[in-house]
Design a protein around this ligand. Structure first.
Ligand code: SAM
Ligand code: SF4
Length: 338
């Protein structure tokens, strides 16, 4: 009989939760606030990007992610931005995330505009990426260009094709802004049904860097469904804890709607966010973050870091549902990630 001690499985972490009892399992990690697009619903007109030295180093990032997974119970990471494909070391970041799987990490996902995806899809799959969300606001070239700040739709469609060829599972996301792309709802749906792609429409949220949001510009879930019903049989599917409500459209396809403004899902929110410079924002609508970078650079150990994270999360606000309307905030979506 062997006298060696039996290997033990890691102790499950005590999950981090807020004062409303919402346990956090998902962390969105913004890798950069820079972007090759200028979507008007997201970016300020003249963005003031953070200096590179302010960004978390790879070691700092890995330390924070390890803490979230091993000590705080997070089991899903989503890498976002800005545009995460602008990071040349994205594949390396994904490989390093893979080291956290034995500690409890279940999925590593990516959110991207896909303009630079075609040449990197296979490498991302090899690095261990589990799935990706691709933003696609229009198929009509002129409308796409208006919504991307002058970039073309063709490279994005190439990126989608390459991701499928690489065997990556993907979802498409479309932000609908009145006066810009509500006429794309049906063409995008027809295309997604034909291509058997999963598509979700997102209500325009009051987080744009230009302060142009108004209620009138939000195309609500009800209106999106009305447009879908003008052409398809639409049947509501049972709700899960996904932020999107899903509908069977036609005989086989599923279309989702994320109705943050008209029907917020704050009561079941299990997400947290960190910016590229290491600020923890417990909610998309938080007015300020806690700088984990400052704590690390001033010598805090992991116990102090975890305590600060738990405290910030504990004080997370009820969410958009509790105080809807325009949100005054020093940073826009390109800094916080979507
Ligand atoms: N650049 C990548 C992309 O566009 O997919 C990742 C970052 S982007 C900030 C993440 C998501 O946020 C995108 O799906 C984008 O459409 C969404 N988003 C940005 N601003 C938004 C707003 N004001 N309302 C709703 N969604 C928004
Ligand atoms: Fe860039 Fe994504 Fe913001 Fe568009 S939504 S400007 S692609 S970060």
């Amino acid at each position: 009989m062997s006298l060696l001690p039996r290997p033990t499985a890691p102790m499950p972490a005590k999950p981090v939760a807020d004062r409303f009892g919402r346990v956090k399992r998902k962390l969105r990690v913004s890798l950069t606030d820079r972007c090759n697009f200028r979507c008007p619903y997201c970016m300020p007109e003249t963005p003031d990007f953070m200096p590179r030295a302010d960004r978390l180093s790879r070691d700092e990032l890995q330390r924070v992610l390890r803490l979230f997974v091993a000590d705080l119970g997070v089991n899903r990471l989503r890498l976002t931005g800005g545009e995460p494909l602008l990071r040349r070391d994205l594949e390396a970041v994904i490989e390093e995330c893979g080291e956290l799987r034995p500690l409890g990490l279940e999925r590593v996902s990516l959110t991207t505009n896909a303009a630079l995806l075609a040449r990197r899809a296979e490498g991302l799959q090899r690095a261990g990426l589990d799935d990706l969300n691709i933003s696609l606001d229009a198929l009509t070239p002129a409308t796409f260009e208006k919504l991307s700040g002058g970039r073309g739709v063709a490279p994005v469609l190439d990126g989608i094709r390459a991701a499928r060829d690489a065997g990556l599972s993907l979802k498409l996301n479309t932000v609908v802004v009145r006066g810009m792309n509500e006429d794309e709802i049906l063409p995008l749906t027809r295309w997604a049904v034909r291509e058997r792609l999963s598509l979700r429409f997102i209500e325009f949220m009051p987080l744009d860097g230009r302060g142009e949001w108004s209620r009138e510009r939000v195309v609500s879930q009800a209106e999106i469904l009305e447009r879908l019903r003008s052409e398809f049989e639409v049947e509501a599917l049972p709700r899960s804890n996904d932020p999107a409500a899903y509908y069977r459209v036609g005989s086989e396809s599923e279309i989702g709607v994320i109705a943050t403004v008209s029907n917020p899902f704050c009561a079941s929110c299990d997400r947290l966010r960190i910016t590229a410079d290491g600020s923890l924002y417990p909610c998309l609508f938080s007015q300020r973050g806690t700088s984990l970078r400052e704590l690390m650079r001033s010598g805090a150990d992991d116990v102090a870091l975890a305590a600060s994270i738990r405290d910030t999360v504990w004080h997370k606000d009820a969410g958009y549902a509790a105080h809807p309307g325009y949100v005054e905030r020093p940073i826009a979506m390109n800094s916080l990630g979507g």
